[in-house]
Every structure is written in C-alpha cells, then in structure tokens.
Design a protein around this ligand. Structure first.
Ligand code: ADP
Ligand code: MG
Length: 231
C-alpha cells in the first residue's frame, strides 16, 4: 500500500523532533531511512505504525486511515517484545490470532524457521535467546502473516555479519515474491545501498533528501556526503 505523511509534527518537551510536511513511501518498494542518531527515524516509523500519535497531521494508507491498514501492516524493532513461549509459538502467534488452520500454521512456521535458519531454536523459550536470535525470531514472526507493509527499525543491529546477508536476502525475496512494501531504518549505508530502491535521508527531524538509491552517492549535500563516507 502507498503510505503518505501529511503535515506531521511531533514535539517532546517543547523540542520538535519530527516535522514532515509531505512524504510518500512507495508501494511495493524497499525504502531505506538513513540519518544520524536522534534525527527522528524511530519516531517517524512509530508514527507510521500508529504506535505513537503525532501532535498534528496524519498518515494515509492508500488514502485511508490507520484502521483500514492495521491488519496488513507490522512494525519490528531491535527491541521487539517476544512472548514467554517457544520460538514456534512466537512465530505462530499472529496466525493463531487470525484463526488460520492448524496445518497452514505449521507449514508457514516451518518455512520461516528454514528461511531464518533457526531450526535449532524451534522449541526453545524465546526469552532465553541471544539478542541476535531474538531479532531473527521477531522478524520471522512479523513476516508470518505475510503483511503488505513491513516497518523495520534497525533489523540487523545485533546480528552477526554472516547472518546479515541471510536477513537481507529474506527481505529481498518477500519484496520480490509478495510485493511487500518494506521500510527499513538503518545507519548502515552499505546495507541500504544493497537493499533499497529509494532512500529518505533525515536530519534534525526533517527529511532533507528523498532519492533513488543510485543517486544518493552523487548527492551535493555536504552533510549527506560525509554521512555516507563515514558509514
Ligand atoms: N519518548 C520520548 N521522550 C522525549 N524525547 C524523545 C522521546 N522519544 C524520542 N525522543 C527524542 O526525539 C529525538 C528523535 O529520536 P528518535 O526518533 O529515536 O531518533 P533516531 O531513531 O533517528 O535515533 C531524539 O532527540 C530523542 O531524544
Ligand atoms: Mg532509532
């Protein structure tokens, strides 16, 4: 689905941390959100995911309100909360919640367990896992019901380099096969160059550039140039 932000403003303790007049995130694409710490990336993602409310403005999902999209959109962050249940139970939860058939649930969970190479964790309690393992389970759970929109905040921040490729290919695959709209916050420029078709660059709560990824390396903006060189 198309996501459009209009006149969004968010203030904490009289400091404006996000101000976006107009922004469109394209349907079916992988979009990367880049920018330094504190630039408002997480705030923007949480507003899109309806986890926090903006002070002014609104987000439109195919032109409609959040209620129309809530069941087709999901948000995963680096500190996503897992349930006190097995890995299998965690990944199955969104499907059980949607009253899917038992056979389908088993098949879908098995598929994800293979995709994320976490078979050895299937019966472990999710709360006992390492940070990187938890992230994989959180992502598998988010993908279980095949959301139309996946919002991911720093998906690989705790993950070993050898698994980053796996996560990236999983994301590329679902974008390609299911046309899932993916929005990824990352401060890893190389990762966004590998994955994303479009980049939104943020600074001090503002979008300072939205561009096709292939053009960002030629940005004239000194701040963006330096950010990309250093990241
Ligand atoms: N709940 C909050 N209360 C007060 N300030 C907040 C809160 N959440 C975020 N901020 C502030 O808003 C700014 C943007 O934060 P955030 O969106 O998390 O940035 P990013 O994800 O780009 O690092 C930061 O200055 C942060 O300290
Ligand atoms: Mg953040």
């Amino acid at each position: 689905m198309d996501i459009r932000l209009r006149n969004i403003k968010k203030t904490y303790n009289s400091k404006t941390v996000l101000q976006i007049d107009s922004l469109k995130i394209k349907k079916g694409k992988i979009t990367g959100i880049l920018g330094p710490n504190g630039s408002g990336k997480t705030t923007m993602m949480k507003i899109i995911g309806d986890l926090i409310k903006p002070d002014t403005g609104r987000v439109e999902y195919d032109g409609k309100g959040f209620e129309s999209a809530s069941d087709r959109l999901t948000y995963v962050s680096h500190n996503s909360y897992l349930f006190n249940d097995s890995v299998f139970g965690n990944i199955a939860a969104p499907l059980k919640f949607r009253d899917m058939k038992k056979e389908y649930i088993e098949k879908r969970v098995e598929e994800l367990i293979d995709n994320f190479q976490i078979r050895y964790l299937k019966y472990e309690n999710a709360l006992t896992l390492s940070g990187g393992e938890k992230q994989k389970v959180a992502l598998a759970r988010a993908l279980s019901f095949k959301p139309e929109v996946l919002l991911i905040d720093e998906p690989t921040s705790n993950i070993d380099p050898n698994f980053i490729k796996l996560i990236e290919s999983a994301l590329k695959r679902i974008n390609n096969d299911l046309k899932t709209t993916i929005v990824i916050v990352t401060h890893n420029t190389a990762q966004s160059l590998r994955l994303c078709e479009e980049i939104i660059f943020m600074r001090d709560g503002n979008v300072i550039q939205q561009t096709l990824t292939k053009n960002i390396v030629n940005s004239n903006d000194e701040f963006i140039k330096e950010f990309i060189e250093l990241n």
